[in-house]
Design a binder for this molecule. Structure first.
Ligand code: XUL
Length: 573
């Protein structure tokens, strides 16, 4: 058996799988519900633009999760390997007492009572939703000649939530805390440390979420470390510790605390933990040109690719398991919430329902009836709906609707007033298709660089995924899945994950642990997984994917998407 953990924003989850990577059990602890004394809302405290979580809550959650697993008689004694994941970018600040606390840990007391508060120089951990570090981002980008260059070296431009800007803000706003910090962990390596019984190294993928790791050279970037640390790169490098470049490294046995208290075997091994997104791509054998799209509160597209193609518009990470590969990620803040606003206004306007009603049928009917765009029947529309400030394209909150003229140029439109080729924008009915088209067209526009990078023809069929896996709540909505397939294509089809889709990150961690223990010499994670993979048990094909003609018509919209987004970002609308 193999154990995979995931320390996410609102929950700590644990899954156990067997040798064939089949799910055995799923257990979870919800922070707000199960640990209400920390008084978090959705797992965090919001203080203006700052978003933070109490570290003690996570430690207490771990004992609670283990107790639940033990109470359920789960075979903890049969677990041979442990790995897992954590929300990306968060940082944990250890004090100089941490090492001795790890060494003297006793099973007669809880973990939280032994670690908190003395093992930490800061009792809070900045969360990925934090948006307080614009000044730090500007300085870090300037330290390497701008966002393009920072993305080229580290895989991403500077982002508010990234660990580097967060450490820098803490150093500037609370230098006494920074100076008292002897080590800094990421959420993933922090959770790994608790199992290992000492501070664990960061893994090759999660380290890429800090704006301080050179992906190609596999070293820290002195220039950004220098900027973040205020001129003492060497000291910050020491605080961050080693990066373990082997995702399957056996770091050591699970600590005696877990052996005695929960019955883990003496030789149960702990492997590096990774970020939640890199762990998600390990929930399936995600091969080259396969895409994974998560349609949740936010929308995320993940790809495994040998091509290292960078841009300030998205993220590249080192692959968590497979040498020579990278994980590309598009991360949109406005996913299902934006779609729900339109669904609600449609329901209100048809007087069928009130805003409490979450019926998708009227929205779906309108989206389906509108059909895909066509150059010969020019009613092409694009709509950008950002109730929250958006990451891609980076812009403030707002709504923008465009009519596309016959030459393919977008014109900002005032709904129900402006006309283009005799067509106008009907509110709110036209919003249904427009939001789906625009959300998926943006994914297509930005991800095409990874499919056959030598080819620059946007409507060459090699510029689409070979297959797409969809996960998350909205993947069950048939109209949304239809539009997604029509826009993005996918030669082999669009598939939905059947098991473990709500625990994909924890499952990916467990799969990684199994691979680390069971792999044959030189066997990659994908080879190991494919050997055990019975497709019909794991995924269901929900759409054919590539639809000749339609996919090309959408390709002819890409220029308009780029032009419309440029207008929004530059304010020239
Ligand atoms: C990725 C990101 C989030 C977190 C939390 O860059 O910020 O997806 O990993 O899930």
């Amino acid at each position: 058996m193999y154990l995979g953990l995931d320390l996410s924003t609102q929950q700590l989850k644990g899954v156990i799988i067997d040798d064939n990577l089949r799910m055995h059990s799923e257990t979870s602890v919800s922070f707000d519900k199960d640990l209400p004394h920390y008084k978090t809302k959705k797992g965090v405290f919001v203080r203006g633009k700052q978003v933070l979580s109490p570290v003690a809550m996570w430690i207490e959650a771990l004992d609670l999760l283990m107790e639940r697993m033990k109470d359920d008689d789960l075979p903890l004694d049969k677990i041979r390997g442990i790995s897992g994941s954590g929300q990306q970018h968060g940082s944990i600040y250890w004090s100089s007492k941490a090492d001795s606390i790890f060494e003297s840990i006793s099973d007669s007391k809880s973990l939280v009572d032994q670690f908190s508060p003395d093992a930490f120089s800061y009792e809070l951990s900045p969360n990925w939703q934090d948006a307080s570090t614009q000044a730090e981002c500007d300085e870090i980008e300037a330290s390497v000649d701008g966002p393009e260059e920072l993305a080229r070296i580290t895989g991403s431009k500077a982002h508010h939530r990234f660990t580097g800007p967060q450490i820098m803000r803490l150093r500037k706003s609370a230098p006494e805390i920074y100076n008292k910090t002897s080590r800094i962990s990421l959420v993933s390596s922090f959770l790994c440390s608790l199992f290992l019984g000492k501070i664990a190294p960061i893994d090759p993928s999660d380290i890429c979420g800090g704006n301080f790791w050179d992906i190609k050279k596999e070293t820290f970037v002195d220039k950004t470390l220098d900027c973040i640390s205020g001129g003492n790169a060497a000291e910050l490098r020491k605080k961050l510790g080693d990066v373990c470049m082997d995702g399957a490294a056996q770091l050591g046995s699970v600590s005696s605390y877990f052996q005695t208290k929960y019955g883990f075997a003496v030789d149960c091994q702990v492997m590096p933990f990774t970020g939640d997104n890199p762990a998600t791509i390990l929930a399936l054998p995600l091969l080259e040109r396969n895409a994974m799209i998560s349609l949740g509160t936010s929308t995320t597209m993940l790809l495994s690719t040998p091509h290292y193609v960078t841009s300030p518009a998205y993220h590249m990470f080192a692959h968590p398991t497979t040498e020579g590969y990278h994980m590309a990620m598009l991360c949109y803040k406005n996913g299902s919430l934006a779609r729900e606003y339109i669904r609600d206004s449609i329901n209100q306007s048809t007087q069928q329902n009130n805003s409490e009603n979450d019926d998708w049928e009227p929205f779906n009917n309108l989206a389906t009836k509108a059909g895909p765009p066509s150059r010969t029947h020019p009613h092409r529309k694009l709509g950008f709906y950002f109730p929250l400030p958006e990451i891609i394209p980076q812009t403030e909150a707002g709504t923008w609707r465009f009519l596309i003229d016959s030459a393919g140029s977008p014109k900002l439109c005032d709904p129900e007033k402006d006309h283009e080729d005799g067509k106008k924008w009907n509110l709110p009915t036209d919003d249904a298709r427009a939001i789906l088209d625009s959300q998926f067209l943006d994914i297509r526009m930005r991800s095409q660089a990874f499919f056959n990078p030598e080819c620059h023809d946007a409507v060459d069929i090699s510029k689409q995924p070979s297959r797409t896996y969809v996960v998350g709540g909205a993947s069950k909505n048939p109209a949304i899945a239809d539009v997604l397939s029509q826009v993005l294509g996918s030669e082999e089809g669009v598939f939905r994950q059947l098991t473990g889709s709500s625990n994909a990150c924890a499952l990916g961690g467990a799969n990684k642990a199994a691979w680390a223990i069971l792999r044959k010499q030189g066997q990659t994670f994908e080879q190991f997984f494919t050997e055990r993979w019975d497709e019909s048990q794991w995924v269901e094909k929900i759409r054919d994917g590539y639809e000749a003609g339609t996919w090309e018509e959408y390709g002819h919209m890409l220029g308009a998407v780029k032009a419309a987004e440029d207008m929004i970002v530059s304010g020239k609308v």
